[in-house]
Design a protein around this ligand. Structure first.
Ligand code: NAP
Length: 277
């Protein structure tokens, strides 16, 4: 049985740092919608039980984040093609009968962020260089492939993960040695850091930008700090730089629309609300 007020939230562990409650809270208030969005700290062993219970107590869906993004697929009754390709979910929709629909909107968020903040950018303008081959990289690679990037060069500390992307996604993926990652920037139209390097509290991303073309668009998925050392250095070379916060904001919009019935706007007021202390 569902109460009249729709409930949604984000499931992760830890979850206190998540910006999603601020983000959805802003949209609910701005659009005067009834509904609540709450953070839920759930241990991996409890995920299945929690996902069975939530639809019964008024939840219309949830976001899932670390460490549940892969496991959530196993509890879903329907999985979208893009979530299956990425091998992880970030958005769940609960049907009235408790069945779960799993989607992954990270790739959508990535593309929408670039289109909004680098309006002239086109995925098919030239090769892309992707640093990292983790979960986020899979979302970025699948959306760049779909959008027509002619070649996607991938460098990852653990080379086998980059090789796995090539075996899975085919010859448009070109694997580059991590220690020579700077070389793959030559002629790249798009450069994306999908590693956690450069994030507050993590080591620096050490890469030579000598080969970076000033015409390239450079995006960092890290958004704390907003201006990472990579974006600062790329900006100084004349590149168009796009921070990672926009991806977080855009990936949230499809879930909000499904749960609360209105397509929300990703604008400066949302950014300010999310960044406010
Ligand atoms: P993940 O699956 O754990 O992958 C982490 C990646 O970072 C891997 O490629 C890993 O390389 C690399 N890495 C970690 N520590 C490293 C080090 N010391 N040296 C070299 N490489 C290192 O994590 P994820 O889910 O892909 O997330 C990656 C980053 O993207 C995080 O910072 C996350 O916050 C961010 N992200 C942002 C958004 C957004 O909306 N802006 C969305 C999703 C993720 P190995 O394979 O060698 O371990």
């Amino acid at each position: 049985m569902k109460p009249g007020i729709p409930l949604a939230g984000v499931i992760g562990s830890p979850i206190a740092h998540s910006l999603s409650p601020k983000l959805h809270g802003h949209w609910l208030r701005k659009n005067a919608l009834s509904g609540h969005y709450i953070p839920m700290d759930v241990a991996p062993d409890d995920l299945g039980e929690v996902l069975k219970l939530l639809p019964r107590i008024g939840f219309v869906g949830a976001n899932v984040t670390i460490p549940h993004k892969e496991a959530a697929l196993g509890f879903a009754n329907f999985v979208t093609d893009r979530a299956a390709l990425i091998g992880a979910a970030n958005t769940l929709i609960f049907h009235d009968d408790g069945r779960i629909h799993a989607d992954n909107t990270d790739g959508y968020g990535f593309m929408a962020n670039l289109h909004q903040n680098a309006p002239d950018w086109q995925a098919d303008a030239g090769p892309a260089a992707v640093l990292g081959a983790g979960g986020a990289a899979r979302a970025i690679v699948t959306s760049l492939l779909e959008a027509g990037a002619p070649e996607i060069r991938v460098a990852n500390r653990t080379r086998a993960r980059a090789e796995a992307l090539r075996s899975e996604f085919g010859p448009r993926i070109v694997v580059q040695d991590w220690v020579r990652a700077g070389e793959m920037l030559a002629g790249a139209a798009t450069v994306v850091n999908t590693t956690s390097l450069g994030m507050i509290g993590k080591p620096e991303l050490k890469i030579s930008l000598t080969a970076l073309d000033p015409a390239a668009v450079v995006n960092d998925l890290v958004y704390a700090p907003l201006e990472t050392p990579l974006l600062k250095a790329a900006g100084e070379r004349g590149c168009t730089v796009v921070d990672g916060l926009g991806m977080l904001l855009h990936q949230a919009a499809p879930g909000f629309e499904r749960w609360f019935g209105l397509r929300p706007e990703v604008d400066a007021a949302l950014r300010d609300a999310v960044l406010a202390g």
